[in-house]
Design a protein around this ligand. Structure first.
Ligand SMILES: [Zn+2]
Length: 409
């Protein structure tokens, strides 16, 4: 069995012909006209290979190819086709077309499989339209209720439920996704980072999705005249913040495993005048790792630097937790199965965490989940420059096909 790169290329081209911002990247918000056109194309392609196509709770599209035995849990694969504003051609799309092509090959070559295979297009993964990420997958497993879908609104005040109805799709009465209904799920996705490219590899096997802890930090000193206040008599909040921010990088780099990433992404300084010593600085702190213990350790070390710096410089500080998303471990069995399949196909792989969230972070509550990463050129993503080699998507699709066929056999 072999996937066909020409068909994958054609799928990518057709799906990306549907965008609200032609010439300025891909903008395909959930349930918008271009979204529904791309969705209709995929439904048609799935029907061509004999899949039974349905809309699930949350507005996801699911095309099922039946297996040789009834009543068995399905093997699921897929991703999303909604995008950010002026996004790229591969985020989500790569995983959807790889899943479609794997299903095509299975439908054509009919390897004996007992389990049904489901190709899924998850709705509103990016949160670009309704301001909340992974709505489709969360609604499907019952984490979001129909009241939530009425409450979540876009910029024009249209609710998720109303937008779905306006687009002419209605979830079948079919029930929520419960444990036991899906044997395993594998999502192929672009890496959205530089690791695979820097190592010259085509495939990453994702072990888990990084947890995120965010804090809002403020340091308070004394605003004063920049000319009249001698250096030794200052309480400069920005000088304190500069020491802390430098330490953030050092601490993250020193964490064992070198997997911790820490970022100060927002910094404001008051009063923000060239001739006034900064009296107050606020900044954000974002720490991520696959291991929550390492996140906590890095956070503790950064907190103690804040404490010591403020003590030394006569500053006050305040640290407020902003968000805490625990890491998600993907299935060890599925990771091993993907690696074994890759070895058989002569494809070199690298185990890695995912720095970004995906629908695959939601589904471990109901099934065994694995992810395959393909490289992003220069690590670019969520922008028109987003690029992945077709050969790499082909290698990923080939691996996906092998793994799904094994799971479904
Ligand atoms: Zn994505």
């Amino acid at each position: 069995m072999k996937v066909r790169i020409d068909r994958i290329a054609r799928d990518i081209e057709i799906i990306n012909s549907f965008t609200s911002t032609p010439g300025r990247g891909i903008t395909r918000f959930t349930f918008s006209e271009p979204y529904m056109q791309a969705r209709a194309y995929l439904a048609e392609e799935l029907q061509k290979i004999g899949a039974r196509v349905a809309t699930t709770p949350g507005g996801n599209l699911c095309g099922r190819i039946e297996g040789g035995m009834t009543g068995l849990p399905s093997v699921m694969t897929g991703s999303h086709i909604d995008s950010v504003l002026h996004g790229g051609r591969f985020d989500g799309v790569a995983g959807v077309v790889a899943a479609l092509e794997a299903a095509r090959v299975m439908a054509e070559e009919k390897p004996a499989h007992r389990h049904p295979v489901d190709v899924v297009v998850f709705a509103e993964e990016e949160g670009s339209r309704f301001g909340s990420v992974m709505i489709g997958s969360r609604a499907w497993i019952g984490k979001l209720t129909s009241e939530d879908l009425n409450r979540l609104k876009d910029q024009d005040g249209v609710s998720y439920a109303a937008a779905m109805a306006d687009a002419g799709i209605a979830p079948e009465a079919a029930s929520l996704l419960r444990p036991g209904m899906v044997k395993a799920m594998i999502e192929l996705h672009i890496e959205q980072s530089l690791v695979l490219e820097s190592k010259g590899l085509s495939i990453g096997v994702v072990e888990g999705i990084n947890g995120i802890k965010q804090f809002a930090v403020s340091l308070t000193g004394v605003s004063n005249h920049a000319g009249a206040t001698p250096m030794g008599l200052r309480h400069d909040a920005l000088q304190g913040a500069a020491r802390v921010i430098a330490a953030v990088e050092e601490i993250a780099v020193q964490e064992p495993g070198a997997t911790t990433v820490a970022t100060v992404g927002v910094l404001t300084c008051e009063p923000g005048q060239a001739n006034v010593i900064p009296g107050k600085v606020r900044f954000t702190l974002d720490i991520r790792d696959l291991d929550s213990g390492r996140i906590d350790q890095a956070a503790r070390r950064i907190m103690s630097v804040i404490q010591k710096t403020c003590q030394d410089r006569g500053l006050a500080f305040d640290i407020q937790p902003r968000s805490d998303t625990p890491p998600v471990r993907l299935s060890k069995e599925v990771v091993r199965l993907i690696e074994t399949t890759a070895r058989e196909k002569g494809i070199k792989t690298l185990r890695m965490p995912s720095g970004a969230l995906h629908d695959s972070s939601i589904l471990p509550e109901v099934t065994e989940v694995g992810m395959i990463f393909v490289p992003s050129k220069a690590g670019r993503s969520h922008c028109p420059e987003e690029e992945t080699n077709l050969e790499d998507i082909g290698a990923g699709a080939e691996l996906l096909l092998g793994a799904v066929a094994k799971l479904a056999s």
